[in-house]
Design a protein around this ligand. Structure first.
Ligand code: SAH
Length: 235
């Protein structure tokens, strides 16, 4: 059977509803994927879960879907944030894509002393996140927040949210077995500065990701894997 397209639609989904497609969605479904009236698609969002729908009208710039039955109720993801310093563009894309697949509530780019990136394109990152969620079967789309200076973020840190500080200089340090909201911090290619390391260590739990120094994108995936397997929804 052909692969059925999953589409994130940020509009209310309910049985019997007609959904209007914007230009981008119409282009993707009808010009790229060559779907025609009557073809099945799946639509989802965080509030309404996932629904079966059929193409009712297919045009070049617009189209309509008819929503039928619900396939699944909304699936949440664990309350963990990924706070990372943006790196080169394709590696930053990789980090947000993997974070969305592994399951995070929020993706927070941080500007650190040694952040070595060009500017972050939030719309681009959001598009990658949506594509990853469409692909991996989830219904929750993590928020990509505007880049924030690390010092500002830590200054108003919500104290109930625990911090997992990934530190390549930590000789040991496991993730403590404490449930609740968490945030993972991964530094840029140059690492966190001494001042930043001290602030993060004071605020949270210093965690080692093994004896080798990982690249920031690898560290983000490893940290999320560790967190999810110990405290997340695949624990
Ligand atoms: N400053 C380092 C490299 C930083 S690696 C150097 O050049 O020597 C980028 C980020 O990945 C670090 O800031 C850290 O958050 C994370 N990281 C990399 N390897 C790690 C490890 N073994 N344990 C924990 N965190 C690690």
């Amino acid at each position: 059977m052909a692969h059925i397209v999953r589409l994130f639609l940020d509009q209310p989904l309910a049985a019997g509803q007609m959904l209007s497609l914007d230009r981008d969605h119409a282009h993707r479904l009808f010009s790229v994927m060559r779907l025609a009236p009557g073809d099945e698609v799946r639509v989802f969002n965080a509030d309404d879960g996932e629904w079966r729908a059929h193409v009712a009208k297919a045009g070049k710039r617009a189209g309509e879907l008819h929503v039928e039955g619900q396939l699944s109720v909304p699936k949440t993801v664990p309350d963990v944030w990924l706070c990372f310093a943006p790196i080169k563009r394709d590696r930053t894309d990789f980090i947000v894509e993997k974070a969305a697949e592994l399951g995070v509530r929020r993706i927070q780019p941080i500007l650190t002393e040694f952040t070595n990136s060009e500017r972050v394109r939030l719309d681009r990152l959001a598009t990658h996140v949506i594509a990853a969620v469409e692909q991996c079967g989830g219904t929750f789309v993590p928020e990509v927040s505007a880049p924030t200076k690390l010092a500002d973020l830590l200054h108003s840190w919500p104290k109930e949210r625990r911090v997992m500080f990934c530190d390549e200089a930590a000789s040991e340090g496991g993730l403590p077995d404490i449930a609740g909201p968490w945030a993972i911090f991964v530094g840029p290619e140059g690492g966190f500065s001494e001042v930043e390391r001290a602030a993060l260590a004071k605020l949270g739990h210093t965690v080692s990701l093994g004896p080798r120094i990982l690249r920031a994108d690898t560290a983000a995936v490893a940290a999320l894997t560790l967190w999810q397997s110990k405290l997340g929804d695949w624990a």
